[in-house]
Design a protein around this ligand. Structure first.
Ligand code: NAP
Length: 517
């Protein structure tokens, strides 16, 4: 029998009373551990976090809480090797892909520790300047931001068990709001182990950090009006979350990160042979293969001028052909597995769905696996699809509507800049788009044109070839989220992230009262 991973709630480690759901190795098919949340007293756990954890965190200043984040960073760094082993076994990722999750999570936490220091020995934030309410300047309105007196519930996706926790927990804990995380079942082990290491180190006050592994049943029911919740996952589950009475009746503040049809655009000046063209090829090939395409920010649609279609197809296919796929334990493997059989089947169905309206430029189904049994391992080769002309880019509606959560992208030719913009916008709101070219004015104009439909526009020009942080890498300094089908959420963006965990209030008083605050 594999180990049952404990839940940490009400300040104690508690096992579920059910048989548990197994977590599997997606390459070998073996069972690794089980999770179960049956029988937990969630009401009591949420109340403990709210009352004990919240009060203790709010008693500290921002700088003191920042010091706790820094202490958690040290604990996580000390256990990094164990996290890599868990990720290899449970997520089937190669080392470089594990780094995106594990080191990305630790880096984000350490960034917030540094940002928190700058807030100093305060317990609330001033929001803007005081505004006089009448002719006499004595009576004024001053907005303040104070931490919400509730819990922050995170229901997370399977693809980032580390980063998905810390990118949310860092701003929440820094704000003084206790965290309850429910990781996706498939990869819950890494999240559970990280929480366990931090809890065992005794860094945060009791109730500040809790974890429920297993079913989500009852979690939303336990939410009360001053709680906040963040969801990352599919659009279908997001719709269920949005219609829950906690949101519709109790006004729990919710942040949603759902699926996204991100794009890359080669500008007209970046013809094949130019440096900007090569930068697109490199970045798109990386985006298709990193984490086997299981990245919410991954490039799904590649827009190029019609004249560049064949050269782009050839250059990308040549790169993808070099990607070795299989067992991440083999040092020669560059791309590991999808997370489980359900995702493998969903990705295969998604590719077939898109192939009805596209041609296959590079066929991942024909890629031989290295060191892995194709009947067991959840591996699939990288796939590049395309529509031969600009007319096809318009008529292939599935490409603009279907997120295939795997190593798959579609090459779509456009007629002119206006056509490119119209095609990008058919994603109906995305997390990120990247632009490739050498003309600053053209790049700036397109970035602003796409800013309303994206959380982030990543512009790659030859002068930043060695400096840029990558289309898909979510940097804590920049906003993460997107309007429309991307969920309408906002995370990160430096200290902006703290706004979600604070309540804004206008205090109307005499200048002397406002100064005393
Ligand atoms: P999912 O099936 O929607 O699951 C997400 C989370 O919701 C899991 O923890 C899941 O728990 C939980 N859940 C399932 N049903 C629920 C319900 N009725 N009520 C409350 N919680 C429920 O999504 P996924 O397959 O893990 O993730 C893939 C999707 O996430 C992709 O579409 C991807 O684009 C999106 N994603 C977006 C971002 C972003 O930042 N925008 C980041 C990563 C992923 P169980 O695991 O126990 O079922």
């Amino acid at each position: 029998m594999t180990p049952l991973l404990s839940n940490y709630i009400s300040g104690t480690w508690q096992d579920g009373t059910g048989a548990g759901t197994p977590l599997l190795d997606p390459v070998l098919g073996t069972e690794l551990a089980r999770v179960d949340a049956t029988g937990l007293d969630l009401e009591a756990g949420f109340a403990f976090a709210r009352n004990e954890g919240g009060a203790a965190l709010r008693a500290l200043t921002y700088a003191q809480r920042a010091a706790l984040l820094a202490a958690a960073v040290k604990v996580l760094q000390a256990n990094r090797d164990a996290y890599y082993e868990i990720a290899t076994a449970n997520s089937g990722t190669v080392k470089n892909d594990t780094a995106v999750d594990v080191d990305g999570g630790i880096f984000t936490l350490s960034t917030y520790a540094k940002l928190g220091e700058t807030l100093g020995e305060r317990r609330h934030m001033q929001d803007g300047e005081a505004a006089r309410l009448g002719k006499d300047p004595l009576f004024q309105s001053q907005h303040v931001q104070v931490p919400t007196r509730g819990v922050a519930l995170f229901i997370n996706a399977f693809n980032f068990p580390s980063w998905g926790l810390w990118e949310k927990a860092a701003p929440a804990l820094l704000s003084g709001v206790p965290v309850i995380v429910k990781p996706a079942t498939a990869t819950a082990w890494l999240t559970q182990r990280m929480v366990k290491d931090v809890v065992d180190a005794g860094i945060f006050p009791p109730g500040a950090l809790s974890i429920v592994c297993g079913s989500s049943a009852g979690l939303m029911d336990a939410l009360q009006p001053f709680d906040v919740m963040s969801f990352t996952g599919s659009a279908e589950t997001a719709a269920v979350i949005r219609s829950h009475p906690a949101i519709t009746q109790r006004s729990v503040r919710v942040n949603i990160e759902a699926d996204s049809l991100n794009s890359a655009v080669l500008l007209p000046d970046a013809a094949p042979g130019t440096e900007a063209f090569e930068l697109l090829i490199k970045e798109v090939a990386r985006e298709i293969t990193v984490k086997s395409g299981q990245k919410c920010t991954a490039i799904r649609r590649i827009f190029v001028p019609e004249a560049a279609y064949s050269a782009t197809a050839a250059a990308l296919s040549a790169r993808l052909a070099k990607t070795t796929v299989g067992n991440p334990r083999n040092e020669s493997v560059r791309m590991g597995a999808l997370v489980n059989r359900e995702q493998l089947s969903s990705v295969r169905q998604g590719i077939a769905h898109l192939q009805h309206q596209t041609e296959t430029l590079f066929d991942g189904a024909s890629v031989a696996l290295l060191d892995a049994d194709a009947t067991v391992a959840c591996c699939v080769g990288p796939t590049l699809l395309g529509t031969r002309d600009a007319q096809g880019s318009d008529s292939a509606d599935r490409v603009h509507d279907t997120e295939v959560f795997g190593p798959v992208a579609t090459l779509l030719p456009y007629r002119d800049a206006a056509h490119a913009l119209a095609l990008v916008r058919r994603g109906q709101g995305s997390l990120v788009t990247s632009l490739y070219g050498s003309d600053p004015a053209a790049l700036a104009a397109m970035a602003l044109e796409l800013a309303d439909s994206h959380g982030r526009v990543h512009v790659i020009s030859p002068d930043v070839a060695q400096l840029h942080t990558g289309h898909g890498n979510v940097m804590p300094q920049s906003l993460h989220g997107g309007p429309g089908r991307a969920g309408g959420g906002e995370e990160l963006g430096g200290l902006r992230a703290l706004g979600f965990y604070h309540r804004r209030c206008a205090v109307q008083a005499s200048t002397s009262v406002l100064q005393a605050m």
